[in-house]
Design a protein around this ligand. Structure first.
Ligand SMILES: CCCCC/C=C/C(=O)SCCNC(=O)CCNC(=O)[C@H](O)C(C)(C)COP(=O)(O)OP(=O)(O)OC[C@H]1O[C@@H](n2cnc3c(N)ncnc32)[C@H](O)[C@@H]1OP(=O)(O)O
Ligand SMILES: NC(=O)C1=CN([C@@H]2O[C@H](COP(=O)(O)OP(=O)(O)OC[C@H]3O[C@@H](n4cnc5c(N)ncnc54)[C@H](OP(=O)(O)O)[C@@H]3O)[C@@H](O)[C@H]2O)C=CC1
Length: 296
């Protein structure tokens, strides 16, 4: 990985990229995007703000948040930000107190904070496993529960979109995140029912290969193969996921809850993603090797 290398859409792109949505769609609304200064979160933050929302951006890095807020404010968009580690439930609860103190409302939460590292599952350390489960399952849950409690206590409706990964097919070398995200999808379906009486909708978006700086954790060889992991033979961009999240989380999705929208160019139907590189064993019959243990 080369530190200066950068992937995906820039702030300059996101400031002007055309959208299918109508201007003013989120006028008067407040939206929170966790991981909002990352690739997908950043696109979501720009889109929501361009549609009229006041967008609150969170993440761990103050510097990344400040940079994004500066760029968005320069174009006249309404936004603010706060560094919060989603794995810290007390910090998350205090963050939601602050949101209600400052805005008195929250209309949409997009949980885009997350990530993992590529490694064969057999080699996961306890610390590595816990880091990924804590981030993607526990952290997402702390954000969901804190938002729902505020909406319940204020008697306000709300909407949550959780950005996950494709868990049903073909994502190899990241079993910890597949486990965590399958948990988030199941959790979302469960609370979609429990929280419907509170006027809270909960949906998930599962991106396929979406070119962002998050790709830096993968080797150049692995990254080069990502566009070939779906029948469209290309990567998507963060705007694809931002528009999907706005569809589910905003007014267009008002009769949708407990749903999972996969945005992967058809990768769940055809294709495979090896985040650790494809083992020889899977490259063809000739590569199985005479010394493969057959188990009998
Ligand atoms: C078709 C294409 C799709 C590909 C699939 C999905 C792609 C994406 O999601 S891309 C965008 C997502 N962004 C990222 O994944 C960002 C990079 N990842 C991370 O920041 C971390 O993995 C994290 C999410 C777990 C961060 O947690 P944190 O607690 O900050 O982690 P640490 O760096 O302190 O590490 C803790 C622990 O985890 C083990 N570990 C971390 N990295 C690796 C690694 N590369 N290989 C093996 N093990 C790793 C390790 O045990 C660490 O502890 P120490 O050894 O004491 O450092
Ligand atoms: N890009 C892709 O191809 C795919 C992405 N996804 C998922 O989509 C989501 C967004 O990915 P993408 O934008 O590409 O990745 P990025 O790495 O660019 O963004 C992820 C963001 O999450 C934040 N984050 C990570 N851990 C924490 C934490 N403990 N507390 C608060 N914030 C945290 C990071 O903020 P900071 O650096 O400030 O900590 C970072 O900005 C992730 O869940 C990712 O796994 C799923 C499938 C494919």
């Amino acid at each position: 990985m080369t530190g200066a290398e950068s992937f995906g859409l820039t702030d300059a792109d996101l400031a002007v990229k055309p959208t299918v949505y109508a201007p003013g769609m989120f006028d008067g609304k407040v939206a929170l995007v966790s991981g909002g200064a990352g690739g997908i979160g950043r696109a979501t933050a720009w889109l929501l703000a361009r549609l009229g929302a006041h967008v609150i951006i969170s993440g761990r890095s103050e510097a990344k948040i400040a940079g994004l807020i500066g760029a968005m404010r320069e174009t006249g968009l309404a936004c603010s930000g706060h560094a919060v580690d989603i794995r810290e439930p007390e910090g998350v609860a205090a963050f939601f107190d602050r949101i209600w103190d400052e805005h008195g409302q929250l209309d949409l939460l997009v949980n885009s904070a997350g990530g993992q590292f590529p490694q064969a599952a057999i080699d996961f350390s306890v610390k590595g496993w816990n880091a990924v489960i804590n981030t993607n399952l526990n952290g997402t849950w702390f954000m969901m529960q804190a938002a729902a409690r505020k909406w319940r206590d204020a008697g306000q409706p709300g909407s949550i979109v959780n950005v996950v990964v494709v868990t049903t097919h073909g994502l190899h070398g990241v079993a910890h995140t597949v486990a965590a995200r399958a948990g988030v999808i199941g959790l979302s379906r469960s609370v979609a029912v429990e929280w419907a009486p509170l006027g809270i909708r909960v949906n998930c978006v599962a991106p396929g290969a979406i070119e962002t700086d998050g790709w830096k954790v993968y080797t150049p060889q692995v990254r080069a193969a990502y566009p070939m992991t779906n029948p469209m033979m290309r990567a998507g961009d963060a705007w694809d996921i931002a528009e999907a999240s706005v569809y589910l989380g905003g007014p267009a999705g008002k009769f949708i809850t407990g749903e999972l929208l996969t945005v992967d160019g058809g990768g769940q139907l055809w294709g495979e993603t090896w985040t650790t590189g494809k083992p020889d064993y899977f490259k063809g019959a000739d590569s199985r090797g005479a010394d493969r243990p057959d188990g009998d």
